[in-house]
Design a protein around this ligand. Structure first.
Ligand code: SIN
Length: 483
């Protein structure tokens, strides 16, 4: 089939999507490039009423969409996947302009997002039920998996394409309909992705996108009984609030919340690999990633050498506008984010940390990649999610000490460690209280594996076979009187 291609202008959608109609409103807000301050667009500022309309549209579209054969939903998702790939470059350019990340990372994000669409297009056709060995020969027991219903998806600004794709794709694959509320800072990538979904054949009302008053829209998405599931990626503070709001209508909930990933370097580690892993984990997206290494726990015997090598690698990073060739660190998303990261660094320095690399004089939203030595577990930089390009180094004396420090956090999203000892690898992986462990690697994300956390980092999994199950209810069937 011939693939319709959108011009850059057509892809640069600035309206919201409700019931298949692209809508504008008088009330708007501005979207700006975080690197330059350039005004990129004005987008609708919707409130509770529009959110209600979007939910009603999703509820109307639900019976027909969920009744489609999985093959048909899969076919539409595959077409969406192909359209995303066909628009890779303009999607990446748009992402860099509104979010700031280097263009190479933006391209990688579009491919990463697309990989979830392809994966769930395939998984849609494998939503098997079970036949259960019966306790009674006159009864046959089985399960089927059914779509949960209307899904509300609230997504963050740090991966405006991929985080939306990895919620929309499994929801649509499972037969759910969706109301999405993308982050206010980065709506254009979400709208472009949604436009491609409609072009792929997602029917009217099956996917709705609302922007605007986060409090009013959030209240509607969480209180409306027609919404049967809320999926959220964002801060733990907002996640707690949404959880409370969902309680009254007892919704299914998936929460991908903040992390505080320990990155442990044992004294038997391959230090070249550890530094490479540290750079990948810490400085991807300028450190604005939930699974970023947040605290480097380094064995005292190799602490100085690791610190020296890390600083050398950090000096090779280039800060600047993401669209410029050679730039590896873009701006932080806004001034508030920058002020928070600066405050964490300042607090650490006041309490005795040493600045091994960094520059406090960066203009605008830019923040220099920073390495802090002599950090301890009491400092805010070790306790709070940094969400910026700052690497705090903390010493440990032995495996027990490393594990105690690593697990001393309310967060439990990801952890990383480097060792050449296979027995230790198994021991430490088992002892870490997190949802995801990188062993001798700093890059763990893939559509084929379940992404998610434990403790206050949330629950639910995105990706892997579990990603589809998160949008399905299990129904048990008991067929009696067989004998
Ligand atoms: C996130 O920061 O929430 C997602 C990062 C990833 O998928 O690798």
């Amino acid at each position: 089939m011939l693939m319709p291609l959108l011009s850059d202008n057509e892809l640069r959608e600035t309206r919201c999507l409700i019931d298949g109609q692209w809508i504008e409103t008088e009330a708007t807000y501005e979207v700006r490039n975080p690197a330059t301050g350039e005004l990129l667009a004005r987008v609708p500022c919707l409130g509770a009423e529009h959110a209600r309309e979007a939910i009603a549209a999703a509820e109307r579209a639900r019976p027909q969409w969920s009744a489609q054969p999985a093959h048909e939903r899969s076919r539409i998702l595959k077409r969406w996947h192909a359209l995303i790939l066909a628009h890779l470059e303009p999607l990446a350019q748009l992402l860099t302009r509104e979010m700031g990340k280097p263009i190479g990372e933006a391209r990688a994000e579009i491919l990463y997002g697309a990989s979830y669409v392809e994966w769930f297009a395939e998984e849609a056709r494998r939503a098997y039920g079970q036949v259960i060995p019966s306790h009674d020969l006159s009864k046959q027991l089985s399960t089927v998996r059914e779509p949960v219903g209307v899904v509300a998806a609230i997504t963050p600004w740090n991966f405006p394409n991929a985080m939306l794709a990895r919620k929309l794709a499994p929801a649509l694959a499972a037969g759910c309909t969706v109301v999405a509320k993308p982050a206010e800072q980065t709506p254009l990538s979400a709208l472009a992705l949604s436009k491609l979904a409609t072009l792929a054949g997602v029917p009217h009302g099956v996917l709705n996108v609302v922007l605007g008053d986060a409090v009013a829209i959030g209240a509607q998405l969480t209180a409306n009984p027609a919404v049967r599931k809320l999926t959220f990626t964002g801060s733990t503070a907002v996640g707690r609030l949404l959880l409370r709001q969902c309680a009254d209508t007892v919704k299914r909930v998936s929460m991908e919340l903040g992390g505080n990933a320990p990155f442990i370097v044992f004294d038997d580690a391959d230090l070249d690999a550890a530094v490479e892993g540290a750079m990948a984990s810490k400085f991807r997206n300028a450190g604005q990633t939930c699974v970023c290494a947040n605290r480097f726990l380094v064995h005292e015997a190799i602490y100085d050498e690791f610190a020296e090598r890390l600083v050398r690698a950090v000096r090779d990073l280039r800060v600047g506008e993401g669209s410029q060739a050679g730039v590896t660190i873009g701006p932080l998303i806004d001034q508030r984010a920058k002020a928070k990261v600066a405050a964490l660094v300042m607090d650490a320095l006041e309490q005795g940390a040493v600045l091994l690399e960094g520059d406090a004089q960066m203009p605008g939203n830019f923040f220099a990649p920073t390495v802090l030595g002599q950090v301890n577990a009491q400092m805010r930089v070790a306790r709070e999610e940094i969400f910026g390009p700052v690497a705090p180094l903390i010493r440990f004396v032995d495996e027990a000490d490393a594990l105690a420090q690593a697990n001393a956090s309310d967060a439990g999203l990801a952890a990383y460690f480097f060792t050449r000892d296979i027995a230790r690898a198994h021991r430490v992986a088992a002892a870490l209280k997190v949802g995801m462990v990188g062993i001798n690697t700093g890059a763990i994300s893939t559509e084929t594996a379940p992404f998610g956390g434990v403790k206050q980092s949330g629950f639910g999994r995105e990706g892997g076979p579990q990603g589809l199950e998160d949008y399905q209810d299990v129904k048990y069937l008991c067929l009696g009187n067989l004998r």
